[in-house]
Design a protein around this ligand. Structure first.
Ligand code: 21W
Length: 212
């Protein structure tokens, strides 16, 4: 799975050099290509945005610069996703579906947005990560890469994926405990302290903590 990320702030993605994403990168399960949209400015001052027609606050990213950045990464099978507050909210079903894609191009907007004409021309899908206002599409792009990478074969243990599919499709969870057996006077629930198989124990945990 290849992710190409078009952004004005490629440094924001430095945090990928740690964590679960790093492991998936090292194992060549995913590839992340970062493209600085500013590199495609034709302007001597590296200008990438301009004032909106019709007036209003803020600046709009120019269509030609975004288009040229896209041309530098496009492929035949690529799916182009624009991270946008107006998009459809990301959910786990969408995450699973995206993990089957070969190449995902993520377009991160800033300022008041991107000129609509280039959106109409290159974007397949608009995705939001929830109903709150951020300053740009970079954090949403990271959320998408992180959540999709978990579903790429080999990125996380089979047990973790299985454990999740057990969770009823609605991210049902139960409380977890580890050593010590007693902490600040609170004991680990008795049912968890037994010598049953880990699978048997998992089924019991669910029964015990359901509706809790
Ligand atoms: C925030 C861009 C607000 C544009 C007039 C008419 C990507 C995001 C973002 C941002 C506006 C996501 C406008 C959840 C988010 C993102 C930056 C205002 C422009 N002005 N998911 N239209 N929340 N945010 N709209 O903010 O780019 S995915």
């Amino acid at each position: 799975m290849k992710f190409s990320i078009l952004t004005l702030f490629p440094e924001m993605f430095d945090s990928f050099k740690s964590s679960i994403i790093k492991r998936a990168l090292d194992k060549n399960l995913i590839e992340i290509e970062l493209v600085n949209i500013r590199d495609f400015s034709k302007n001597k001052h590296k200008k990438v945005d301009d004032t909106p027609y019709g007036g209003g606050a803020g600046m709009v990213m120019m269509p030609d610069v975004v288009y040229d950045a896209y041309q530098s990464v496009k492929s035949d099978m690529a799916k182009v996703i624009y991270l946008s507050p107006q998009g459809k909210t990301l959910n786990q079903d969408k995450v699973k579906a995206l993990s089957k894609e070969e190449h995902i191009i993520l377009l991160c907007g800033h300022y008041e947005g991107i000129d609509q004409r280039v959106i109409d021309e290159i974007v397949d899908e608009e995705i939001s990560i929830g109903d709150y206002v951020l300053t740009g599409g970079e954090i949403p792009a990271m959320v998408l890469v992180d959540s999709v990478t978990r579903y790429v074969d080999g990125a996380i243990s089979k047990e973790s994926v299985e454990e999740e599919s057990f969770s009823n499709g609605n991210l049902l969870e139960y409380p977890q405990y580890t050593r010590p057996e007693e902490f600040h006077g609170k004991k680990v629930p008795e049912v968890l302290i037994s010598r049953k198989s880990s699978k048997h124990r998992r089924m019991e945990k669910r029964k015990v903590f359901r509706n809790n």
